[in-house]
Design a protein around this ligand. Structure first.
Ligand code: SF4
Length: 278
C-alpha cells in the first residue's frame, strides 16, 4: 500500500501558538493555578496531555476567584476581558492573531454605527467570541437560508467570516447578500491555513483510493475536511489510531492522510506507523 500525507496537515499556526503558550506558562508558573476557558483545543488526547502538565479546564470565568486564565485560539468576547480586570484575574491571551483581527474590525465598525453580519456557525466558540465585540448584536448565518427571513434596512452592514468557512459557500452567501443589501462591505476573513489545508486534502483525495482524516470528534474543521474528501474517494474520519478499520483499509492500494488543525503530530505519526505496518 502506498501512503501519502497531505501537504498541510495537523496543527495550524494559531493552535500551535496556543498550545506552546500554555506549556510555557505551565512550566514557568508551576505553583499557580492555571486554567483554560474551555478545552484549549478541540482534541481530547491533546487536552489530556495538557491536563497531566497541570492545566485545568473551566467553563466560565466566574467559576474561579483567582489564578491565570489562558484564552484559547478561538478568542472570547469583550466581557471576559472586563470581568478579569474587575476581579484581578490574570489573562494570558492566546487568541489567534487572525481571529483578533476579526474582533478588531467588528468592535471598530460596531462602535461607529454599522450593523455587523457574521458568516459562520452561531454555536462555534470563535463566533460567540466575535459576537461579543458588538454587544452580541450580529446577524449570524452559515447558509443562505439563515438570511432569508431577515429584514435588512437601508443602513450600512459590515460582514466578517468565520476563519474556517468553506470559501465556495462564502462566495454564494456574499452574492446573495449583495442582492439584498445596498450598502454592504465584505471582509473575507477566512484563514489561509484553512484554505491550504482544504485544497491540499482535496488534491490528495483525487489521487488515492481512500482518505483517512484524523482529528477530534468536536473539531468542525476536521469534519469539513472529511466532507470535502468524501466527494472524491472513500473517506474515514478517525480520532486516534485505535479507530482505524484495518481490514477495510488494507484492501486499498493507496491511502492519503489528512488531519485537522487541532490534531497533534503524535497522533498523526501513530496512524502513519500503523498504516506502514500494513
Ligand atoms: S485556523 Fe487559522 S485562524 Fe484558526 S487558529 Fe488556525 S491559524 Fe488561527
Amino acid at each position: 500500500m502506498e501512503i501519502f500525507i497531505a501537504e498541510h496537515a495537523g496543527y495550524c499556526y494559531g493552535v500551535k501558538r496556543a498550545v506552546d503558550t500554555a506549556i510555557k506558562n505551565l512550566e514557568k508558573n508551576s505553583a499557580k493555578n492555571i486554567y483554560s476557558l474551555g478545552p484549549l483545543i478541540h482534541n481530547d488526547q491533546a487536552v489530556e496531555v495538557l491536563k497531566e502538565k497541570g492545566l485545568k479546564v473551566i467553563k466560565e470565568i466566574a467559576d474561579i476567584e483567582s489564578g491565570v486564565v489562558i484564552i484559547r485560539s478561538h478568542g472570547v468576547g469583550k466581557s471576559i476581558y472586563d470581568y478579569a480586570e474587575e476581579n484581578s484575574i490574570s489573562l494570558v491571551d492566546a487568541t489567534c492573531p487572525f481571529v483578533k483581527k476579526i474582533q478588531k474590525i467588528v468592535y471598530k465598525m460596531h462602535k461607529s454605527g454599522n450593523n455587523i453580519i457574521i458568516i459562520g456557525d452561531k454555536d462555534h466558540p470563535e463566533i460567540i467570541g466575535i459576537n461579543g465585540w458588538c454587544n452580541n448584536s450580529a446577524i449570524i448565518g452559515k447558509s443562505i437560508s439563515d438570511f432569508e427571513e431577515i429584514r435588512f434596512n437601508k443602513e450600512k452592514y459590515v460582514v466578517v467570516v468565520q476563519t474556517t468557512m468553506n470559501f465556495k459557500i462564502y462566495e454564494e452567501i456574499k452574492k446573495y447578500l449583495e442582492g439584498k443589501i445596498e450598502d454592504i462591505d465584505f471582509n473575507n476573513t477566512i484563514c489561509l491555513a484553512t484554505q491550504k489545508r482544504q485544497s491540499s486534502s482535496i488534491e490528495l483525495s483525487k489521487k488515492v483510493d481512500a482518505m483517512i482524516v484524523v482529528g477530534g470528534k468536536h473539531s468542525s474543521n476536521t469534519k469539513k475536511l472529511a466532507d470535502i474528501c468524501m466527494v472524491n474517494c472513500d473517506t474515514y474520519l478517525i480520532e486516534t489510531v485505535d479507530d482505524l478499520e484495518i481490514e477495510k483499509i488494507s484492501a486499498y492500494n493507496s491511502v492519503g492522510i489528512a488531519a485537522g488543525a487541532s490534531t497533534p503530530d503524535f497522533i498523526i505519526n501513530e496512524v502513519i506507523k500503523k498504516l506502514s505496518d500494513i
